[in-house]
Design a protein around this ligand. Structure first.
Ligand SMILES: [Zn+2]
Ligand SMILES: [Zn+2]
Length: 220
């Protein structure tokens, strides 16, 4: 599953948009907040604003972002979305985008520096056979006969790369006891939410993220 709904994302988006809504409406009425999802396909991208003909179809956010980095990314993409609606295809991080970043209370910065995302990049590890220096790359180095510039040693493949499973980082930091308590709590909520479709779906999604999958749909 590539797109994951998350109520927290929607709330954050709404919260950041509300103060600028009058300003947007003043310029052109009819802007509607786009749908927002986590996209498990994102590796190095922090977020994406996908628009067609000035209307944003969806915003997607990298699920591997640290919690404190999620909101800045939402604001960055929201600014793109507003600019698309008001100005169309202008320069992506140009004057208009910077203007709306300021209005949204964020310092305009076009590139993110969440370097930990780069580690998720699918790639192979190579090591210099002379000094042991390691590099990760998606391009096969051997075909190009790459040399380590530092010492003139030849790079050799040491480890073929793999993607990390989605949200692994988030799950790993939660102690097992907290996890089972949270699952218990969610299962209780799920029982109460019977018949409320959106609510149940949201709870089930949280349960899946905690690794609780087996037979849920059948048991409740
Ligand atoms: Zn951007
Ligand atoms: Zn070397």
């Amino acid at each position: 599953m590539a797109l994951v709904r998350d109520r927290g994302l929607v709330r954050m988006l709404e919260r950041r948009y509300t103060p600028v809504k009058p300003l947007v409406d003043e310029m052109r009425r009819g802007y509607e907040l786009p749908a927002i999802f986590y996209s498990t396909r994102h590796k190095m991208k922090a977020g994406v604003c996908y628009s067609i003909g000035g209307r944003t179809i969806r915003l997607t956010i990298n699920p591997h972002l640290k919690p404190e980095h999620i909101e800045p990314v939402i604001i960055h993409e929201l600014a793109h979305s507003i600019v698309q609606y008001l100005h169309g295809n202008v320069q992506s991080h140009g004057r208009e985008w910077r203007h709306w970043m300021y209005k949204l209370g964020q310092n305009p910065k076009a590139r993110h520096d969440f370097f930990y995302l780069y580690e998720l990049r699918k790639g192979d590890w190579y090591a210099c056979e002379r000094c042991g220096h390691r590099v990760k790359t998606r391009r096969p180095l051997e075909e190009r006969g790459a040399w380590h510039r530092g010492c003139r040693g030849l790079f050799r493949l040491v480890e073929a790369g793999k993607d990390l499973p989605p949200r692994k980082a988030a799950l790993d930091v939660m102690p097992a006891s907290d996890k089972s308590a949270k699952i218990k709590e969610l299962l209780g909520q799920l029982k109460q939410a019977q018949g409320m479709k959106a609510e149940s779906r949201n709870i089930r999604r949280q349960l899946r993220m905690l690794g609780h999958t087996g037979g849920l749909r059948h048991s409740l």
